[in-house]
Design a protein around this ligand. Structure first.
Ligand code: FAD
Ligand code: NAD
Length: 474
């Protein structure tokens, strides 16, 4: 006999817990199933993001940045500290405490919203029934008038570099090294490679990043990527482009990584290897025979623009469907689906999902890049402004980078905002808001921005679109 719910959510990551909480707010009876366990072996809600993704990586980025600044920036302020040391165990303990606070916070929100959590692996059966294999071995069946699949994603494993969770690791291992590896190699110069590579580089590791593609950060605006690459080089991150890795062998407590570049085959000996070559939808074992839910050839759950699978009452959101694999994209899809189920309007505009890479300098963007506009034959104008001419950035000792506004050549409508520099993870939202309101570069240029703030770079870049920036020669 299965228990009946209005909504059964599979997965309590960003997409799933947003769907569950919003559905409960709208008066529905909700169950949410999650299979994950925390570091202490107990169930931990919040998904990849809270356990082993966004939140712990930002905690380590912040700790390592404090340490780096102490050694490289504080001297300019006249501050000197002798014998600064980094205690890795304390840093990891701080990160674990933050993770526990936030995963526990989801459990508390579930209780407050009367959502029933189930801890175990859920499999969708025909007829909107979800069979849950709980951690104690028992099974329960839940029947949902609606089922929301929010199963998320897992790391892609390379066949020649299998994870052993000690020497060859993915994000989970690289967030939990017990000491700073002397030499760290990373396969993949993407978001995880750059963020976690930066963490361990700042703490003293020699970091080599091997990227298969000849181009660095191809999804970012090319000028932003060039500026970021220059800054990473100054920090000592060794990024090798066009490097095709063919082998990774563990020999005498070292990992020997074989790769080929334009100069032929080479081997790199390191203490740890982080594989960060992308993520794949976690759809394995999720669907029993005959549910009617379709998977793409990449294993993603197929959905329409409203996250509906085409099977009556079955929806899918977050990393397990098309679109960027970002927590906030999952948040919005979870909310939209709960509202659609309640008969309200719900929609996510994938064209205005912001991207942020939390390196130093930070990289952020929304909308189209110059290379995309050129390829699509869309006429545009660009205006940019450097942080080196922003008093606040210089006062902070962070003059690297710039802001660029791209606007339609005829209508002036903003098509993209691209930023590299200090604090741009916050500034990018000026572009998101302006684009959601169909704003023009002129609108942004006429909005008063406080002085002295970093946001003035956005203001001046918008003014530069029509060659009227005040603080630079146009
Ligand atoms: P997930 O967070 O993966 O959650 C899915 C949950 O469902 C998991 O808990 C899983 O155990 C559970 N589950 C799966 N299948 C089943 C099943 N059959 N039964 C029961 N439970 C199941 N994104 C950002 O926006 N900003 C960042 O700064 C950022 N940093 C990141 C750093 C790292 C190191 C990583 C790896 C990712 C990062 N991401 C970041 C990406 C972000 O974590 C994901 O986009 C986000 O977690 C996806 O949310 P989701 O709910 O779709 O899936
Ligand atoms: P990614 O897609 O960002 O980068 C993977 C990189 O690996 C690419 O540059 C790719 O060309 C390269 N690559 C692929 N196969 C390779 C091979 N065999 N050898 C060498 N290089 C290879 O993936 P990721 O860094 O693993 O991160 C996964 C996803 O997690 C991201 O795409 C993003 O959606 C999410 N994430 C987001 C944030 C954030 O928002 N700040 C942070 C971390 C992760």
């Amino acid at each position: 006999m299965s228990e009946q719910f209005d909504v059964v959510v599979i997965g309590a990551g960003p997409a799933g817990y947003h769907a569950a909480i919003r559905a409960a707010q709208l008066g529905m009876k909700v169950a949410c199933i999650d299979a994950a366990l925390g570091k202490d072996g107990k169930p931990a809600l919040g998904g990849t993001c809270l356990r082993v993704g966004c939140v712990p990586s930002k905690a380590l980025l912040d700790s390592s940045r404090q340490y780096y600044n102490l050694q490289h920036l504080f001297g300019d302020h006249g501050i000197s500290v002798k014998d600064a040391k980094m205690d890795v165990a304390t840093m990891i303990g701080r990160k674990d405490k933050i993770v526990k606070q936030f995963t526990g916070g989801i459990a508390m929100l579930f209780k407050a919203n009367k959502i029933t959590p189930y801890y175990g692996f859920g499999q969708l059966q025909p007829g909107n029934i979800v069979k849950v294999k709980q951690h104690d071995g028992s099974e329960v069946e839940l029947k949902g008038t609606n089922v929301v699949i929010a199963a998320g994603s897992d790391s892609i494993e390379l066949p020649f570099a299998k994870f052993d969770n000690e020497y060859i690791v993915d994000n989970v291992g690289a967030l939990d090294f017990t000491s700073v590896p002397k030499r760290l190699a990373v396969i993949g110069a993407g978001v995880i490679g750059l963020e976690l590579g930066s963490v361990w580089k700042r703490l003293g590791a020699e970091v080599t990043i091997l990227e298969a593609l000849p181009e660095f950060l191809g999804a970012a605006d090319a000028e932003v990527a060039r500026t970021a690459a220059k800054e990473f080089k100054k920090q000592g991150l060794d990024i090798k482009l066009g490097a095709k890795v063919s082998k990774a062998e563990i020999k005498k407590k070292e990992v020997h990584v074989t790769y080929a570049d334009g100069e032929g085959e080479k081997t790199l000996a390191v203490d740890r290897l982080l594989v960060a070559v992308g993520r794949k939808a976690a759809s394995k074992g999720l669907l029993a025979e005959g549910t009617g839910v379709k998977l793409s050839d990449r294993g993603q759950i197929e959905v329409d623009e409203h996250c509906h699978t085409g099977v009556d009452g079955v929806w899918a959101v977050g990393d397990c469907v098309r679109g960027p694999m970002l927590a906030h994209k999952g948040f919005e899809e979870g909310i939209a689906v709960a509202e659609l189920i309640a008969g309200l309007p719900g929609h996510v505009n994938l064209d205005t999902v912001p991207w942020v890479i939390y390196t130093e300098p930070e990289i952020a963007w929304v909308g189209k890049t110059e290379q995309q506009l050129k390829a699509e034959g869309i006429p545009y104008k660009a205006g940019s402004f450097p942080f080196a001419a922003i008093a606040r950035a210089v006062a902070m000792g962070e003059p690297a980078g710039f802001v660029k506004v791209l606007a339609h050549a005829e209508t002036d409508r903003i098509l993209g905002l691209h930023l590299v520099g200090v604090g741009v993870s916050e500034l990018v939202h000026e572009g998101v808001i302006a684009m959601e309101f169909n704003g023009s570069a002129d609108d942004l240029a006429r909005i008063c921005h406080a002085h002295p703030t970093l946001s003035e770079a956005v203001h001046d870049a918008a003014m530069a679109v029509s060659k009227r920036s005040i603080h630079k020669v146009n």
